[in-house]
Design a protein around this ligand. Structure first.
Ligand code: Z57
Length: 823
């Protein structure tokens, strides 16, 4: 017990004065003492670090206080387990949270500096692939803003999502060395490192007459936690994100390889440290690599140990664990935590199996993010057993007892048993099934997705576990994606309905009446134009691209995946292009449009990469053709990331959400665009369904088959060629690609894309083409009436408050977690 006597040491932690003088003083201290440089000799990076440190200093008192309080109150909290957090830049977000933006601005001016220049130095931590990782980042923002006790657990990848460049229109990946200049936001805590073990075998032993099992691992690594502040918005709360970094343990060499040779010892160290080296860049298509399972177990075992052995008091009765924590499984990536908690409770803490299983079932809940069968993770039992022999035994026992319960309920229905077994017929562990059996709740991420999950993916489980399945529709944080990304709109909203909406987004409804107010509409349009100019400046500086500000900005930004159908968007562009160059329409009959793409392809996904190449190829031809000049333009800035999204989203007029119905679990980009006043052209898929219900049919461009029609067509037999024959525009567009028009006459380059579409088209782009083009005509018609368009855009903003991640968090709290905020 510390017994300080000095009055300063006895007082609570002090934040610097929230004034320009206070800020300048603290900034210069950080520059001088933290960086060891004078203002006059500092580099831009020094200044960025000192500024970040200064913002940190304002947050620190609250952070320390919140950590202390969460430990003393010991109320139930959320441990969010996610292999990805796609955070985006931190500086602006943290300035916003603390309300220091204006003070920092003035303080820097007083130091002869420009906040924008300093901002530009920040490299975003891209510790995620796409929607799933960004969702986790939105959720921890909302949990902090709501004041819910929570901690986010994940991996501190040394390299995040790759940096994308284009060489001759083709994607080339570069390592994302986001830590090269250090990160001012992290706090390493090597003293709190956890040891994580792998390999070896299990054995039984006699423990005073009781036979117990223990795991004798072959090697281990150290998991070193790095803490990051997660500030709530204007509420003085600061939660923690805790990411684990792998480090070799001392003596690692001897235990692993028994080599006794220096070279080998160093090699072994490298092996251990590889675990947190790099983010796997596949989104929705797991690779089944051993290192990936190592990553998963690494961060989950460290997190559970952290909670059980460090956060809980030493005398805590583990029977009460469900009153203290809910481990939320963000997809199947952390599901190995289920047998891990069982192992900790039974093998390490000496609980009986049944008691441990009772506890475990209450401590986990599982979120599924997909419907694609190929995205459901399975681990071959031999791989899992080699890496985690005790966990495999535990999984088998869980499965045996589960199947026994199924038999009790349904009799010896061997078909059903085969279908429901956690272990597949070919001996693979189905992680989604394990999560479903172990989880207190299982949720999908949009109404349609949750319904299809129950009816099509896990129907046997839904029948067996009534009440276990639920829905929580995704959301996005309005702090980052409205306030920071769209300051102009935010100002207009506050001027119109007053402050307070940013933490109570349903209040946007109050804007509805202004949709009919000509003055408001013109202010709203002015904001959109200004945002286009900001985007134009960004793309000019970043990529040397030019954006016309009088064009309809038609945007499709998301990971490149066939199910998302970037090719359908391309076919529309080619059709418009063809219509002009073939003389069937005159240029002035075409709405001037700029098409913006942003998309990374998984490095091993050949078709996706070829589609990227095709987008760039179509772009160069269209952009270089004087016949369509001023009418059609295609922009594909490389390396789409959170930072760029914050510029593109507020500038967009039209949001492309055109996945095949039944394939996109939710989508979250769709929400960001609608909240920023873009209209959606979309299928009846994922959260599009809910967006359309809220904004109304008149303010949404719906097209394409709905999911039941997709299923019907599939069942009848889908022949894409029938659709090519039925629509001349479609056959012409495909023919243009095949002819080599976009590949300098070389027909072979994009032949795989065309032949895949015409012969297989697994995501039925061609079946939806005709209706898509018709919907685009409705877009043109509405856009021609700027008042009508703006009215619809305003109504999108006004009616999408539901998509705040604050609402998602409240739904999780009410339906799944039962973790009230602490005030
Ligand atoms: C991922 O980003 C998503 C699902 C996955 O199974 C994996 Br792996 C990565 C996405 C879905 O595709 C989106 O539809 C959804 O909005 C997002 O997760 C967040 O739920």
């Amino acid at each position: 017990r510390l017994q300080p006597t000095h009055p300063i040491a006895l007082a609570p932690v002090q934040a610097p004065e929230p004034t320009v003088d206070g800020f300048v003083t603290q900034f210069l201290r950080n520059l001088n003492n933290g960086r060891g440089v004078a203002l006059s000799t500092s580099t831009a990076n020094d200044r960025y670090f000192a500024l970040a440190a200064t913002v940190r200093d304002y947050l620190m008192a609250r952070w320390l206080e919140d950590v202390r309080r969460q430990r003393t109150i010991q109320s139930k909290g959320v441990a969010y387990l996610s292999a990805e957090y796609l955070l985006g830049r931190q500086l602006d977000n943290n300035l916003l949270a603390t309300g220091l933006t204006d003070i920092a601005d003035e303080a820097l001016v007083a130091c002869g500096l420009d906040l924008d220049d300093v901002r530009a130095m920040e490299v975003e931590p891209g510790l995620g692939n796409g929607g799933l990782g960004r969702l986790a980042a939105c959720f921890i923002d909302s949990l902090a803003t709501l004041g819910v006790p929570s901690v986010g657990y994940g991996i501190r990848y040394e390299y995040g999502i790759f940096r994308q460049t284009f060489v001759d229109g083709q994607q080339v990946e570069q390592a994302d060395s986001w830590l090269a200049l250090g990160s001012p936001w992290e706090f390493p805590h090597p003293e709190a490192a956890r040891t994580v073990s792998f390999g070896g075998h299990t054995e039984t032993y006699d423990d005073g007459g009781v036979t117990r099992t223990r795991w004798v691992p072959a090697w281990n690594v150290l998991a070193v936690p790095y803490n990051y502040m997660v500030p709530g918005y204007h509420n003085g709360r600061v939660n923690t994100l805790r990411l684990w970094s792998a480090q070799a343990t001392q003596g690692f060499d001897l235990r692993v390889f028994n080599a006794g040779d220096y070279q080998e010892a160093v090699r072994a160290q490298t092996y251990a440290e590889n675990i947190s080296k790099v983010l796997y860049p596949e989104d929705s298509t797991p690779q089944g690599k051993e290192l990936r399972l190592q990553q998963q177990y690494f961060f989950v075992a460290a997190s559970i140990s952290d909670f059980v052995n460090l956060i809980l008091p030493a005398d805590f009765d583990l029977a009460n664990l469900p009153d203290r924590v809910i481990f939320q499984l963000n997809d199947t990536h952390p599901v190995i935590g289920v047998p891990e908690l069982m192992r900790v409770l039974v093998d390490e803490k000496g609980l009986e199996w049944d008691a441990a299983w009772q506890i475990t079932q209450q401590c986990f809940a599982y979120t599924c993010h997909t419907l694609l069968p190929e995205a459901l993770e399975v681990w071959p039992a031999d791989l899992l057993g080699r890496l985690l022999p005790r966990h495999l035994e535990i999984i088998y026992r869980i499965n045996d007892e589960f199947l026994e319960a199924v038999r009790e309920r349904f009799g010896d229905d061997s078909e059903r048993i085969r279908r429901m077994s956690i272990v597949s017929p070919d001996g693979a562990i189905r992680m989604a099934y394990l999560a479903t059996v172990a989880g207190s709740k299982v949720n999908g991420v949009a109404e349609l997705h949750s319904q299809l999950l129950r009816e099509k993916v896990l129907p046997d489980f839904d029948e067996f576990y009534p009440g276990k399945f639920t829905n929580v529709t995704n959301g996005v944080t309005p702090r980052r994606f409205v306030k920071l990304a769209n300051p102009g709109l935010s100002r207009l909203i506050t001027d119109t309905i007053g402050a307070g909406w940013l933490t109570d987004l349903d209040r946007l409804r109050e804007l509805e009446e202004y949709a009919d107010d000509a003055e408001f509409r013109s202010a709203f349009r002015a904001v959109k134009s200004a945002n286009k100019r900001v985007l134009a400046r960004t793309l000019a500086e970043r990529d040397g691209l030019t954006v016309a500000d009088d064009h309809l900005l038609d945007v499709m930004v998301k990971r490149l995946h066939e199910y998302k159908r970037q090719t359908l968007k391309l076919l529309h562009i080619i059709t418009e292009y063809d219509a002009i160059v073939s003389g069937r329409v005159t240029p002035d009959q075409v709405t001037p449009r700029t098409f913006v793409f942003g998309a990374k392809a998984a490095p091993g996904y050949a078709m996706a990469k070829r589609i990227i190449h095709l987008i760039n190829a179509v772009g160069s031809v269209v952009n270089d053709d004087p016949r369509v000049e001023g009418r059609l333009k295609v922009l594909f800035p490389p390396n789409y990331n959170v930072t760029l999204a914050e510029r593109i989203v507020p500038a967009a007029d039209l949001s492309e959400q055109i996945s095949l119905a039944g394939k996109e679990a939710s989508g979250t980009g769709n929400m960001k665009f609608a909240l920023n006043g873009a209209l959606t052209i979309g299928t009846d898929d994922g959260a599009n369904v809910e967006i359309r219900e809220l904004v109304g049919d008149d303010n949404f461009f719906l097209f394409g088959m709905a999911e039941p029609e997709v299923a019907d067509l599939q069942a009848r037999g889908y022949h894409p060629i029938d659709f090519v024959r039925a629509d001349e525009n479609l056959s012409r567009a495909l023919e243009l690609i095949s002819s080599g028009a976009f590949s300098g006459g070389d027909a072979s380059v994009f032949e795989p894309v065309v032949s895949n579409l015409t012969h297989h088209d697994p995501f039925m782009a061609l079946a939806d083409y005709t209706d898509y083009i018709a919907a685009q005509k409705r877009v043109d018609a509405l856009y021609a009436d700027q008042d009508a368009w703006t009215r619809a855009a305003i109504l999108n903003v006004a009616r999408c408050g539901f998509f705040s991640s604050d609402r998602s968090m409240r739904d999780y709290i009410d339906r799944i977690w039962h973790t009230p905020p602490i005030l």
